[in-house]
Write a protein that binds this ligand. Structure first.
Ligand code: COA
Length: 223
């Protein structure tokens, strides 16, 4: 039975994930994109040709009774991460209603484990003994090195290279094309700017960028 997916969200990463699910669908994967749950009425009835089915808060009551319909939450923004996680939790959607999408061009080692509600996008590589929590997004061409562990709600932007034996907490944002040495620890709610070269561990709530990556205190704007 094909899993039918509704993306909760409708901008940025939500559209990227939608298009990649559609790509997997037309290549014969057992998945079908139904459309979006999104609140912005100015967009009309569809986004990039996929229907807007309902508001985000209507997704659970409208669709979770169908056993073949599952959700992927894609409303994350690094500047308001905690609020967006609270919003997801306020919908009280059961864990088994979330789908983990793995694009067929990615590599996931047999010994790796991935939680629910995740998106592993085209050409990502998840190496042996990696453990990824729930609601994480690993974008295209990113590498997660062997024995690296991460909690929930981590967003790894495209072309990032995370070394081996790293440990990430929850709700971290890793910007495009960032590189991490081996044995790095990242706390919770950290922000790593694009093209960072991370050679030292990062504490809870720290924002870093640069080569080598160093702390900065600028307010993050909406991406
Ligand atoms: C860190 C970040 C949020 C800063 O954005 P910003 O507030 O618009 O910053 P600005 O471009 O105004 O730059 C401010 C200063 O920081 C420096 N800077 C900004 N981002 C930097 C980065 N990633 N690495 C090194 N230096 C950086 C700029 O050179 C500038 O320095 P200056 O004051 O000496 O001239 C942004 O650069 C970034 O990394 N965004 C993530 C993008 C991304 O990964 N998107 C993926 C989405 S899927």
């Amino acid at each position: 039975m094909k899993t039918k997916v509704i993306i909760i969200g409708g901008k940025g990463a939500a559209i990227v994930v939608a298009e990649q699910i559609y790509d997997a669908q037309i290549k014969g994967a057992d998945v079908e994109l139904l459309g979006f749950a999104f609140d912005d009425e100015s967009l009309g009835k569809e986004i990039n040709g996929f229907p807007i089915l309902c508001k985000t808060y209507e997704a659970k009551d409208g669709y979770s009774r169908f056993s073949d319909i599952k959700f992927i939450y894609q409303l994350y923004r690094p500047d308001v991460m905690a609020g967006r996680i609270d919003l997801l939790n306020s919908y009280r959607i059961p864990a088994d209603k979330f789908y983990t999408f793995i694009h067929p061009s990615s590599f996931v080692a047999r010994s790796a484990s991935i939680g629910f509600g995740c998106s592993i996008l085209a050409n990502a590589v998840i190496n042996p003994n990696v453990k990824i929590g729930n609601h994480c997004s690993i974008h295209s061409n990113s590498l997660i090195g062997h024995d690296t562990k991460m909690g929930d709600y981590n967003f790894i932007a495209a072309h990032s290279a995370i070394g081996s034996n790293n440990e990430f907490g929850n709700a971290n944002f890793v910007g495009l094309n960032s590189t991490f040495n081996n044995y790095i620890t990242v706390g919770n709610h950290c922000f790593i700017g694009m093209a960072s070269n991370v050679v030292k561990s990062i504490n809870d709530g720290e924002k870093v960028y640069g080569n080598p990556a160093k702390e900065f205190n600028k307010q993050i704007k909406p991406l």
